[in-house]
Design a binder for this molecule. Structure first.
Ligand SMILES: [Zn+2]
Length: 311
């Protein structure tokens, strides 16, 4: 199965075995993360798949591993990916967002792959990895731009310190070109394969067109001063890449899904979540009490959550 890979660049049996015995976390399983997951699964690396979201029809555009049937059923991305990729390797799925209180789910992996769609999540991954001395690989794709970078000594704050996250483009405003996201994901997958095979990987920001940029050596408040702002914060309501959707991190009792179904205009459900329409707004409640709600802003989403579920 791996002979074609082994023939490349003189990868030794030991290096291939090391890759296959590693476990890699992929956080976020959209246009980039799902491609990385498939690439690494086909190389035989063991995977930990972390994603908070469920499948919608447009996920069949941006990813190769999800089937139209899975998108139709609103399956959690982590579970749908687990089902497909378990055919190749050992896969564990976590249907949760990565937040400051559960980063320990990454403790057992050798490498973290960023498949997220927002800077806050990337800063959190970076701070965790910087603190734990664990390498990670950044991947992003927006419109026709795409980037990939391996981090080990440096951190995300070294290159993105002064950017106001609220004013940046998101996939909501820029869209995703699947060819671009696939190239960025392939570049990051290659870096992962090289790192897991004990090869040297440089810490340069690489674009999809192959340009490489060095990172300045100035003082960084995360690397140098150990100021872990995201890691030391509380989990909170956050915007989800999509049309005015927010994730509310509250817990409800076991009666939550029943309450939601009672007030819903319509709903569909699977073993992981209830996806309802309430007064014309999409309201998806996961089994752990977390919800993704269509709303005007964060406060509005929290109000809808409380009013709808009566807490
Ligand atoms: Zn830094």
């Amino acid at each position: 199965m791996f002979s074609r890979f082994k023939a490349l660049r003189n990868y030794s049996k030991h290096e291939v075995e090391k890759l296959k015995s590693s476990r890699v976390a992929i956080v976020g399983l959209g246009a980039t993360g799902s491609v990385i997951a498939e690439n690494l699964a086909r190389h035989g690396a063991n995977l930990l798949l972390v994603d908070r979201d469920y499948l919608e029809p447009n996920d069949c555009y941006s990813s190769n591993i999800y089937t139209p049937d899975q998108c139709e059923k609103s399956l959690p991305k982590a579970k749908a990916a687990e089902k497909e990729l378990s055919k190749f390797t050992d896969v564990k799925a976590v249907v949760e967002s990565l937040h400051p209180e559960n980063t320990d789910i990454l403790d057992s992996v050798a490498l973290v792959m960023d498949g997220t769609d927002n800077l806050e999540a990337r800063h959190l991954i970076s701070e965790y990895c910087q603190k734990e001395g664990k390498p990670w690989i950044y991947t992003s794709a927006l419109g026709e731009k795409g980037y990939s970078m391996f981090f080990r000594q440096k951190c995300f704050n070294c290159i993105f310190e002064d950017i106001n996250t609220g004013k940046l483009e998101t996939c909501e405003t820029s869209g995703i070109m699947r060819e671009t996201s696939t190239i960025a994901a392939a570049k990051s997958s290659l870096k992962a394969v090289e790192y897991l095979s004990d090869r040297e990987v440089g810490e340069k920001l690489e674009t999809v067109s192959g340009e490489e940029f060095d990172v300045d050596d100035g003082e960084c408040k995360v690397c140098d001063r150990k100021d872990y702002l995201r890691l030391n914060s509380k989990r909170q309501t956050v915007a989800v890449c999509g049309e005015k959707k927010y994730q509310v991190e509250k817990q409800v009792s076991e009666s939550g899904p029943e309450k939601l179904k009672k007030v819903a205009d319509s709903f569909t459900e699977n073993e992981y979540l209830v996806r309802a329409e309430v007064e014309g707004r999409s309201f998806t409640l996961f089994n752990d009490g977390r919800a993704i709600i269509e709303a005007e802003d964060k406060g509005h989403a929290e109000a809808i959550y409380s009013e709808t579920l009566g807490i």
